[in-house]
Design a protein. Structure first.
Lengths: 387, 462
C-alpha cells in the first residue's frame, strides 16, 4: 500500500467549500496544491446547508470577511465558470415584537460602521413591500444585495475549478494521520496515499477538532445537524431570502424560493449528528415545529407540501464563531473549520483569505477574532494518528 | 409483562394477515393504512355505496378478495384501525403518522411494514404526455371507479400485470389497441421450470394471453419502445415500437398504460435504517430480511411486495409469518409447525417470483440506451442527456451525487418512478456495474407532507 508521496506547496485536508475554494485561490497565487477529501467534495455541511448568502445579523467583526466573500459570489462566473445559482435577491429579517425591532434597528445602525447598509421597515411597510408576511410580523430589516445560492453546486464547482487550474483534488481519500516531520507535513490516508507539503490547511469541518487537538490545540466543538426541507414547486413569487429574528430560538426559521419554484426552509432546533457515521438525521418533530413557525411568518405556505427533509454534519464551536487562521503552536499549519452553521456565505472569502495568508504570510482582511489561540491551554504536540 | 405495542403498516393481503395473526395471539395492533378502505391495491375495495359484485371486480380472484375482506371485517373491533393515514416517517422505536393535518407519534416494540409495491417504470420519449399512466393506475381506475384511462388504450411494458390489466380492460368493454411486451416470448419457455412451481397461476396466465388474442388484440413480444406521440395540449395520439423482427410498428391510441413488473415500496424500511442489498436478478436494491421477514433493525419486520415481489398469495403468507416472527421475538411463542409451513409456502412463491423475473426481465439495456432527449425524471424534467452530462462533465458516478448535481429524483415522487432507470443511465455512462452507482437514499417524508400538518397530539397511552 505504499505509494510515492505527492509533494506540493500546500496540502489541504477536507474538500468542503472552504477547502475547495482555498485550493482554487492558492492555484491563482501560483502555489501547488493537493487536497484530500474523505468522501466527495462538498458532501457535508457545505452541501446540506440552507444556501444563505447573507451578511446581516452576523457578528460585526466578521463583516469584512463577509464583504470580501460577497464580492466573490458576484464574480463566480468569471472566476470558476459557473454561478452556483447565486442570485442577489435581497434578504429580509423580520421580527414579532417592537422590542426586537429596536434590537434589529440598533444592529443596522452599528453595521453601518462596518460597511453594511440595511433598511429598517417598521409597521406595515414590511407587509406592503412583501405581502406574504402574516399579521404577527411587526417589522424587519432589509439587505438589498444579499441573496442565496445552491449549496449542492457551490463546493463541487470550486473543486472542479481548482482541478482545472492544476490542483490535485483526491476524493474518497480518508486522512488517518498528520505529522510534522522537519519542515514538511506528512499526511497519510487510509488507502496509502501520502501527501507532503511545508504548509497544511485543515478544513475538516466538524471533524477539525480532532485534528487541531492532535497538534495540541483542542477546541470546544460539537457536531450538530440542521433541520432542512424543501416544498413542491409553485410559481416564483417570493424574491428575497426570509429569516425570522427572535430571541426565542425555536421561532428562528428561514426560507427562500428558488427560481424553479421550490421553497427551501430551515431553522428551529438542530439535530444530533454523529461524526463516526458522518450523517445526521432530521428529527420529525422538529420539522413539524418548523411548519408551525413558517405558518406564522407566511400563512400562505400552509397550502404547500414538503417533499423532502435533510440534515448533515455541521461543526459548532462553543463561542459560535469559527476557527480560522494560523496555528498558534505549529508553523506552517493553518485552520479553517467549525463555521457554526453560518459558513456558506463566508466560504469563497475564507478560501481567498487563507490562500492570501498562506502565500504571503498575512491577510488584508482582519480575521484575528477567529484565531485558535482563544482556546489555548494545552502544550504543543507534533501531530498524531487520528483513527 | 406490559402489552406489546405492535404496529402494522398497510391493510393489503400482508397487513391483514399479519394483524389477524397478532389478534389471534391476544395482541391488539395498530393498523395504519393510506387507503380509505382495506384490501390494499390488489384487493382494492370500491368506495362505499358502489355495488359491483365481487366476480365483476376481481374475476378469478374473487374468492380470495372476499376472504381477505371478511377476515378484516372480523378484526375491525379488535384492532386500532387508522385508515386514511400516512406513516410519513420512522425513527428508532417510533412511527410518525399523519391523517389530514393531525399528526401523531406512535411508539412501538414491533413494526411490521407491509407497504406493497408500485409499477416499475421505464421512460420512453413522450411518456410525460397527458394520457400516460402506470399499469397499476390503469387498474385502480377500473377497479375503484369503473373508469378506463382512455377510449383506445395501448398497454406497454412487461410482466404479468401487462396481460392481466389488458384482459380486465377488454372484459370491461374498453378498446385495447395493442399489448406490447419488451420480453421475447422465448424467455417464457426458459422460465417454465420455475413458473411451474405454481401451475394454477401459470395456467391462468396462459389463458389471459390466449383470451387477448382471441379477442383480436394484437399481442407483440420482444418489442423495443420507440416513442409515444402526442402534443402537450391534446395528450397522447399514438405509440411507435420496433417489433421483434425489426420493423417499426405504430398504433393509434389516446392513452398508454406502462409498467415493467413491480418495484417494492421501501421508503419506510430505508428511513428505519434497514440494511439494503442489491438483488442481481431483479436489478433492484431491496431491504435485507431473514426467511421470516426480520430486517436488520431490531423490531422492524418487512412483509409482502414491499419486501419481495411475491404477489398477493405470497404476501398473505409473508404477512402472517412476519407477525409470528414478531410474536416470537416478543416472547409470545406461536406454533412452530405453522411457521415451518409458511416458510415452505414462501419457498414455492419465491421460486415462482424468480421465474417471473426470468420470463419478464427488466429491460435494463433499453433504459441505459434511452435517447438523450427522453425525459427520465418527469417531476424535475431531467433528460437522459442531462444525466449523461452530469456523469461525463461533472464527474457524478454515484446516484446521490447525480441527484445533488442535476436534481434527478428530487421531485414529488422522490425518485420512486425514475430512480431505477436513472441508475441504469448513470451506470452505463460511467461504465460502471449498476450496483456500484448505488441507490437514491430515502429521506422523509415517505410521501409529500402537508405544510398545514400540526404538531403531534400528546402521545396516546395504549
Amino acid at each position: 500500500m505504499t505509494k510515492p508521496p505527492i509533494a506540493a506547496d500546500v496540502v489541504i485536508v477536507g474538500g468542503g467549500l472552504m477547502g475547495a475554494s482555498a485550493a482554487f485561490f492558492l492555484r491563482r497565487r501560483g502555489k501547488s496544491v493537493v487536497l484530500l477529501e474523505r468522501g466527495l467534495v462538498g458532501q457535508q455541511a457545505s452541501g446540506v446547508n440552507f444556501g444563505n448568502v447573507r451578511r446581516q445579523g452576523r457578528y460585526l467583526p466578521q463583516l469584512p470577511l463577509a464583504h470580501r466573500s460577497r464580492d466573490i459570489w458576484g464574480r463566480l462566473p468569471q472566476l470558476i465558470g459557473e454561478d452556483a445559482e447565486f442570485i442577489p435577491t435581497g434578504h429580509v429579517r423580520v421580527v414579532y415584537t417592537e422590542a426586537h425591532l429596536a434590537a434589529v434597528a440598533k444592529y443596522a445602525a452599528d453595521a453601518k460602521g462596518w460597511g453594511l447598509d440595511l433598511e429598517i421597515l417598521g409597521g406595515d411597510a414590511v407587509r406592503k413591500r412583501f405581502p406574504f408576511f402574516g399579521p404577527e410580523v411587526v417589522g424587519g430589516s432589509y439587505a438589498p444585495v444579499d441573496g442565496h445560492a445552491n449549496p449542492r453546486l457551490a463546493a463541487p464547482a470550486f473543486g472542479r475549478a481548482a482541478k482545472r487550474s492544476g490542483a490535485q483534488v483526491i476524493e474518497n481519500c480518508e486522512v488517518i494521520d498528520i505529522q510534522k516531520e522537519g519542515t514538511d507535513f506528512r499526511v497519510t490516508a487510509k488507502d496509502g496515499t501520502v501527501a507532503k507539503a511545508p504548509a497544511a490547511l485543515l478544513c475538516s469541518g466538524a471533524w477539525g477538532g480532532a485534528m487541531s487537538a492532535a497538534f495540541g490545540e483542542p477546541v470546544p466543538i460539537q457536531p450538530n445537524g440542521p433541520t432542512m426541507a424543501v416544498t413542491e414547486p409553485v410559481p416564483y413569487g417570493i424574491i428575497p431570502v426570509v429569516g425570522v429574528s427572535s430571541p426565542i430560538a425555536h421561532e428562528v426559521v428561514y426560507f427562500r424560493q428558488i427560481k424553479r419554484g421550490n421553497i427551501v426552509f430551515g431553522g428551529g432546533r438542530r439535530n444530533p449528528a454523529y461524526l463516526d457515521e458522518r450523517r445526521a438525521q432530521v428529527t420529525p418533530q422538529f420539522t413539524l415545529a418548523q411548519l408551525h413557525e413558517l405558518r406564522r411568518v407566511a400563512p400562505a405556505l400552509s397550502k404547500l407540501h414538503v417533499l423532502r427533509t435533510w440534515s448533515g454534519v455541521e461543526g459548532y464551536v462553543a463561542d459560535d464563531i469559527p476557527i480560522m487562521g494560523p496555528s498558534a503552536k505549529v508553523s506552517g499549519l493553518y485552520y479553517a473549520f467549525g463555521f457554526c452553521g453560518h459558513g456558506f456565505q463566508l466560504g469563497p472569502g475564507v478560501g481567498d483569505v487563507m490562500a492570501e495568508l498562506i502565500a504571503t504570510g498575512s491577510t488584508t482582511t482582519p480575521i484575528d477574532p477567529f484565531h485558535i489561540r482563544r482556546f489555548a491551554a494545552a502544550p504543543a504536540r507534533t501531530g498524531a494518528a487520528l483513527a | 409483562m406490559a402489552e406489546p405495542r405492535v404496529i402494522v403498516v398497510g391493510a393489503g393481503p400482508a397487513g391483514v394477515r399479519a394483524a389477524e395473526a397478532l389478534v389471534r395471539s391476544g395482541v391488539t395492533p395498530i393498523v395504519i393504512d393510506e387507503g380509505r378502505r382495506d384490501g390494499g391495491q390488489i384487493y382494492r375495495r370500491q368506495p362505499e355505496g358502489f355495488t359491483r359484485p365481487y366476480a365483476k371486480l376481481y374475476g378469478t380472484e374473487a374468492p380470495k378478495a372476499q376472504s381477505l375482506h371478511q377476515a378484516f371485517e372480523q378484526l375491525r373491533a379488535r384492532i386500532d384501525y387508522r385508515p386514511d393515514t400516512l406513516a410519513w416517517h420512522v425513527r428508532p422505536r417510533e412511527l410518525h403518522v399523519v391523517s389530514g393535518t393531525r399528526t401523531e407519534v406512535l411508539p412501538f416494540d414491533a413494526l411490521i411494514v407491509c407497504s406493497g409495491a408500485t409499477d416499475r417504470l421505464m421512460p420512453v420519449p413522450g411518456w410525460e404526455l397527458a394520457g400516460c399512466y402506470s399499469m397499476g393506475a390503469a387498474q385502480i381506475a377500473l377497479k375503484s371507479q369503473a373508469c378506463s384511462i382512455g377510449r383506445r388504450v395501448v398497454f406497454m411494458g412487461t410482466g404479468p400485470l401487462l396481460y392481466l390489466v389488458a384482459s380486465q380492460y377488454v372484459k370491461a368493454g374498453a378498446q385495447v389497441q395493442a399489448v406490447l411486451d419488451t420480453s421475447p416470448a422465448g424467455l417464457r419457455v426458459k422460465a417454465l421450470a420455475r413458473l411451474a412451481a405454481r401451475p394454477g397461476v401459470l395456467w391462468h396466465g396462459l389463458k389471459l394471453v390466449a383470451g387477448l388474442r382471441s379477442a383480436g388484440v394484437p399481442v407483440l413480444t420482444g418489442i423495443t419502445p420507440l416513442a409515444i406521440a402526442g402534443t402537450p395540449e391534446g395528450g397522447v395520439t399514438g405509440i411507435r415500437v420496433r417489433d421483434a423482427g425489426g420493423r417499426e410498428r405504430a398504433f393509434d391510441c389516446d392513452a398508454v398504460g406502462l409498467g415493467y413488473h413491480l418495484r417494492a415500496e421501501t421508503q419506510l424500511a430505508d428511513l428505519a435504517r434497514c440494511e439494503f442489498r442489491f438483488d442481481a436478478e431483479s436489478r433492484q436494491w431491496l431491504p435485507a430480511i431473514d426467511e421470516d421477514g426480520r430486517s436488520s433493525v431490531r423490531g422492524v419486520y418487512l412483509a409482502g411486495d414491499g419486501a419481495r415481489i411475491l404477489g398477493a398469495d405470497g404476501a398473505e403468507a409473508a404477512g402472517k409469518l412476519a407477525a409470528l416472527a414478531a410474536l416470537t421475538d416478543l416472547a409470545r411463542f406461536p406454533s412452530d409447525e405453522e411457521m415451518v409451513e409458511l416458510r415452505k409456502t414462501l419457498q414455492v412463491m419465491d421460486r415462482f417470483r424468480r421465474g417471473l423475473i426470468q420470463a419478464f426481465p427488466w429491460p435494463h439495456e433499453m433504459a441505459a440506451q434511452l435517447p438523450d432527449h427522453a425525459v427520465v425524471c418527469r417531476c424535475e424534467s431531467i433528460s437522459a442527456g442531462d444525466l449523461r452530462r452530469t456523469v461525463r462533465e461533472l464527474g457524478a458516478c454515484e446516484m446521490n451525487r447525480a441527484k445533488a448535481l442535476c436534481r434527478v429524483g428530487m421531485g414529488r415522487c422522490q425518485g420512486r418512478y425514475c430512480g431505477h432507470s436513472a441508475a441504469e443511465v448513470v451506470a452505463h455512462a460511467a461504465q460502471l456495474p449498476i450496483e456500484q452507482v448505488g441507490r437514491l437514499r430515502g429521506q422523509g417524508p415517505v410521501k409529500p407532507l402537508a405544510m398545514a400538518a400540526l404538531q403531534p397530539v400528546q402521545e396516546a397511552t395504549p
